[in-house]
Ligand binder design. Structure first.
Ligand code: IMP
Length: 432
């Protein structure tokens, strides 16, 4: 296969739905062709699943490229880093024999998630009568809130000689907030011990990643930027307030890394052949019947981070087109097509009906979206096992018709089709 990084040196992989589109597998496959894999937003709320040699790896914080020996990995300033998850993940990767730290570069400007943030995340959710977001409980919202309120603790703070004092000052402010939840103050020692362990492991990897990434690009290194979550979980363009707290869309690359827009050569969007969502919020094509249950079971739709069952539904083309527009998607990878193998008929949502009005574009105002009734078109299923198919043209006719219809509705080429978690279960269509 042709190495697309020869033509497009810097490529982004991002999710086009509510996350869990299968980015981990795609990043792992593309990582074979590049020199660097870089995370730019989110934190340990992500769960990127990669499967090879009969083993499954779930990465939360470290870029999936770490599983390819020799690759350089970067955690950019836009990521919120939880030292506890970080140390656990590094430990488990090292015990599997992966060399991690010498290949990992961590931004000195990234913000930290401390146990305090995780406590607040859970306490806020528990205190809501209705309208719970259904967060992962990983402290993501509170850590980004601190960042935006200019009260956060960054990696450069804890690398400074007076790091312990900085943690004490930070904890003094935060412990006052805990009082609002009738919670005892958290001891400074807990945070200081945790950060002490993090420093011991990671100090040598902390750097100005903006400069490092920019220079690497100038030197012609091939890089893959790995998005976490998906377009509809974006803090601005998602289904607010049922979103995560970062920009999961293309803007997150620039603020979360410091690259400029001219430095991105290609955007690859990942779409699942149907739709899933974890957590609360409107989901017009959700199936709460046996068909939804079938998708969940066959697609193993359980959260990689929390184990929660994912809500499942038909493909929504308004979402696909919206994600193309917001992110400037050049090419789509369609994942989990095999999950639809047994379906007699398959529905595609092409618009919404609210009262007497029909909308053909995605509605990003959540209260309106909650009233939307999907308008469907129906296509025949293929009722054939596709698991052993090795080329696009060998797919059953109705499967190709389905893919090509999605391509037309999303106004973007579907260049790759994934038929299962294995690296080999991937069909590459002819690419320019
Ligand atoms: P938070 O990111 O933990 O604050 O959660 C906010 C919302 O984003 C919840 O609905 C989560 O279920 C969802 N979410 C966060 N990370 C992921 C992910 O990696 N995949 C899918 N949903 C996610």
């Amino acid at each position: 296969m042709k190495n697309l990084f020869d033509k497009y040196r810097t490529q982004v992989v991002l999710g086009m739905q509510w996350g869990d589109e299968g980015k981990g597998k795609v990043v792992d496959l593309l990582a074979e062709q590049c020199d660097m894999v870089i995370r730019y937003q989110g934190g340990a709320n992500a769960g990127h699943t990669v499967q090879f040699d009969g083993k499954q790896f779930i990465l939360h914080l470290v870029p999936s490229g770490i599983l390819r020996p020799g690759l350089t990995c970067v955690i950019g300033n836009g990521v919120v880093l939880d030292p506890e998850s970080f140390l656990e993940e590094i430990h488990s990767l090292e015990s599997e024999g992966f060399e991690v730290m010498p290949r990992l570069h961590i931004s000195h400007l990234a913000h930290l998630i401390l146990p305090f943030h995780k406590f607040i995340d859970k306490a806020k959710e528990a205190s809501k009568a209705g309208q719970k977001i259904g967060t992962t409980g990983r402290g993501i919202g509170p850590a980004y809130s601190d960042k935006i309120s200019r009260e956060g603790l960054r990696i450069c703070d804890i690398m400074a000689p007076d790091w312990q004092d900085r943690i004490r000052t930070f904890m003094a402010v935060k412990n006052r907030q805990l009082g609002l939840y009738d919670h005892e103050p958290l001891p400074d020692k807990e945070a200081i011990d945790l950060i002490g362990r993090f420093r011991g492991k990671a100090a040598g990897s902390v750097t100005d990643t903006r400069r490092f990434v920019y220079q690497s690009r100038q030197e012609g290194r091939r890089m893959l930027l790995e998005g976490a979550q998906g377009t509809l979980l974006d803090i601005d363009f998602g289904t607010y307030p049922y979103v995560t707290s970062s920009n999961t869309t293309i803007g997150g690359v620039f603020t979360g890394l410091g690259l400029n827009p001219r430095n991105v050569d290609r955007v690859i969007g990942i779409l699942k052949a149907y739709t899933t969502r974890v957590g609360n919020g409107p989901f017009p094509t959700e199936l709460t019947d046996d068909t939804g249950e079938h998708l969940r079971e066959k697609g193993h739709e359980f959260g990689a981070t929390t184990g929660r069952p994912r809500r499942c539904g038909w493909f929504d083309a308004t979402i696909g087109r919206y994600a193309v527009q917001v992110n400037g998607v050049d090419a789509i990878v369609l994942t989990k097509l095999d999950v639809l193998d047994n379906m007699e008929t398959i529905k595609i949502c092409t618009g919404y009906r609210i009262g007497d009005s029909v909308f053909t574009e995605f509605i990003n105002d959540c209260s309106m979206l909650a009233q939307a009734e999907p308008v469907y078109e129906t296509m025949p299923g293929w009722q054939t096992d596709t698991s052993d198919i090795k080329t696009y043209r060998d797919l059953p006719g109705p499967a190709r018709a389905y893919i090509e219809r999605l391509e037309t509705l999303c106004e973007t080429p579907i260049e790759t089709v994934s038929l299962g978690p294995a690296r080999s279960a991937t069909l590459w269509r002819a690419v320019a």
